[in-house]
Design a protein around this ligand. Structure first.
Ligand SMILES: CC(=O)[C@@H](O)[C@H](O)COP(=O)(O)O
Ligand SMILES: NCC(=O)COP(=O)(O)O
Length: 250
């Protein structure tokens, strides 16, 4: 069954907005795991707009043995201040998965996957180093990317389908074409021996249709919508609602 990995970036946004320690990302992760989430995802960025290196260390300890810890980030982004870089964080905290995302600082959020025709050569040694740290490596990829097999060729274990365009199409009432693109890309990745994860702007409204339309998704990582929904329903009930949607989509 598809694993739910709860992204706690937005808990850190709220915490950082007042400069203190509350709400704690570790409390949110604890609640999510208690409710049955299969893992926790964070996306520490060089500008530390939300998740900080200390959060990554704390969450690695908290999740250990209780679920999968997934660290996302741009492996090419240099260290800055006390942000040591994605590889350094992975070396130090040994997460079960590292998801590589080609984000720049100027982006408000992740909005595209890798261009492997340009990036494969630079990625190959980084993927090898991350795997040597014991991490499964997933590459953030656009639905419709022409070269899913190249992700396998450079050593990745999985791809993460960028589901932002699907979510936008779903909200506009016309998801069919975007869903079909996701389904075809997932099939191409699976044919190349890659596992398929998915994430970005997934929500309780669009998740069921996505999972029914794209067979074999191993993990969905969800944060923004889930935390927003939890403001009204509570975090543990919201996580359980996502788990029920995943179970119903089988
Ligand atoms: C890669 C992706 O789509 C998300 O995991 C990412 O974490 C979103 O980042 P923000 O939470 O900073 O918008
Ligand atoms: N990889 C996607 C993720 O971790 C969370 O994305 P979102 O649900 O915050 O858009």
């Amino acid at each position: 069954m598809t694993v739910l990995s709860v992204n706690v970036n937005k808990i850190a946004v709220l915490r950082n907005s007042r400069g203190g320690d509350e709400p704690r990302v570790t409390d949110a992760a604890e609640a999510a795991l208690r409710a049955g989430a299969g893992g926790i995802t964070v996306h520490p960025r060089p500008d530390q707009r939300h998740i900080r290196p200390g959060d990554v260390r704390d969450l690695a300890r908290l999740v250990a043995g209780r679920g999968e810890f997934n660290i996302e980030g741009n492996p090419f982004a240099p260290a800055r201040g006390d942000y040591p870089g994605l590889l350094a964080l992975v070396r130090e905290t040994r997460p079960q998965q590292a998801t590589l995302v080609p984000d720049g600082d100027g982006q408000i959020t992740s909005d595209h996957g890798f261009d492997l025709a340009r990036d494969a050569g630079r990625l190959r040694p980084l993927v090898a180093e991350l795997k040597a740290c014991g991490a499964r490596v997933s590459l953030f990829m656009d639905a419709g990317a022409p070269d899913m097999a190249r992700a396998a060729e450079l050593g990745a274990d999985r791809i993460e389908l960028y589901t932002g365009p699907y979510a936008q199409a779903f909200a506009a009432g016309d998801p069919a074409a975007a869903l079909d693109l996701c389904r075809r890309s997932a099939r191409d990745a699976q044919a190349a021996g890659l596992g398929v994860n998915a994430g970005h702007d997934l929500s309780q409204s669009n998740l069921g249709a996505f999972l029914r339309g794209v067979p074999g998704v191993l993990e969905v990582s969800i944060g923004h919508a889930l935390v927003g929904e939890a403001l009204y329903a509570g975090l543990e009930p919201t996580v359980r609602a996502y788990l029920a949607l995943i179970a119903a989509a089988r």
